[in-house]
Write a protein that binds this ligand. Structure first.
Ligand SMILES: NC(=O)c1ccc[n+]([C@@H]2O[C@H](COP(=O)([O-])OP(=O)(O)OC[C@H]3O[C@@H](n4cnc5c(N)ncnc54)[C@H](OP(=O)(O)O)[C@@H]3O)[C@@H](O)[C@H]2O)c1
Length: 268
């Protein structure tokens, strides 16, 4: 679809027209869908990835090809490990350098889930450290950098992806749910600390969403059980999450601040 042509025939600007957004973990899954959706709302995008450079570039190409009349890119890719402070800093440096603007929107979707689904008794220290390093330290570093560098006085949005498992509390998800619970607590305090900046900070907490992370290590029976447990009788899809994040990124969401929005079809 040529997003730019729908814009040129419509005199009212898109809700995120030319705002700059960073989406971590945007090479695949939920982060990819969020990035593409924010672009359709007019944003310029930093597509972050950890190791899948080719997939990240395909996402950027998909966005850039929607603006065939633009000479400068609407989306760039930046490799960064969210658990490394200098890498997180580089996401903002690159966004500011390429787009010549402060960053308006930070979405942290990068995350890991141990596909062995171990009980707490059987979780290795290495797996604990990896989960907290990416999910919790990564969210902290993104929040810290965003709190210092996001655009003030209008348009500033911090959106963190946590998980409905914080409420679901299923065996095998102990460390993962704890790593996300910490993020949900952090965002509520961050929103208050950002008083006076106009920046809001929220979490979106999806239930099961059909991505590589979800399917990894699960049996057919576990998948069927998840579908059965959902009042809507299906798995979530990335398109169930992206528009909610899109709304949280716009000015219309201003009164939602310091909240955790669970999006799971009634599963939790
Ligand atoms: N899928 C679900 O059922 C579900 C439910 C609730 C919450 N969530 C949360 O939603 C978020 C996205 O999940 P998903 O299902 O889209 O996962 P996914 O398909 O496995 O994608 C994970 C993404 O995170 C990136 N990533 C992983 N480690 C990273 C690191 N250290 N630094 C930067 N990027 C990193 C990956 O990059 P590469 O491609 O380069 O590896 C990839 O883009 C996660 O925070 C997850 O916990 C998912």
């Amino acid at each position: 679809m040529d997003i730019s042509s729908s814009n040129s025939s419509n005199p009212s600007p898109l809700p995120l027209q030319d705002r700059v957004a960073i989406v971590t973990g945007a090479s695949r899954g939920i982060g990819k869908a969020i990035a593409v959706h924010l672009a359709s709302l007019g944003a310029k995008l930093v597509i972050n990835y950890s190791s899948n450079r080719d997939q990240a570039q395909l996402v950027a190409e998909e966005i850039n090809s929607s603006f065939p009349h633009n000479h400068s890119p609407r989306a760039i890719t930046v490799q960064a490990n969210v658990s490394d402070p200098s890498h997180v800093k580089s996401l903002f440096d690159e966004a500011e350098r390429v787009f010549g603007s402060p960053v308006h929107v930070l979405v942290n979707s990068a995350g890991v889930l141990d596909p062995k689904y171990p009980s707490i008794a059987n979780t290795s220290l290495e797996d604990f450290d990896l989960t907290f390093s990416v999910n919790t330290k990564g969210a902290f570093l993104c929040c810290k950098e965003a709190a210092n560098r996001l655009k003030r006085d209008g348009g500033g949005r911090i959106i963190l992806v946590s998980s409905s498992m914080v409420g679901g509390l299923k065996p095998g998800f102990g460390v993962y749910a704890a790593s996300k619970a910490a993020v949900e607590t952090m965002v509520k305090i961050l929103a208050k600390e950002l008083k006076g900046t106009g920046i809001t900070a929220n979490c979106i907490a999806p239930g099961p969403i059909a991505t590589e992370m979800y399917f990894s290590g699960k049996t057919e029976e576990q998948i069927r059980k998840n579908i059965d447990e959902c009042p809507l009788g299906r798995l979530g899809e990335t398109k169930d999450i992206a528009p909610i994040v899109g709304f949280l990124a716009t000015d219309a969401s201003e009164w939602i601040n310091g909240q955790v929005i669970r999006a799971n079809g009634g599963y939790v």
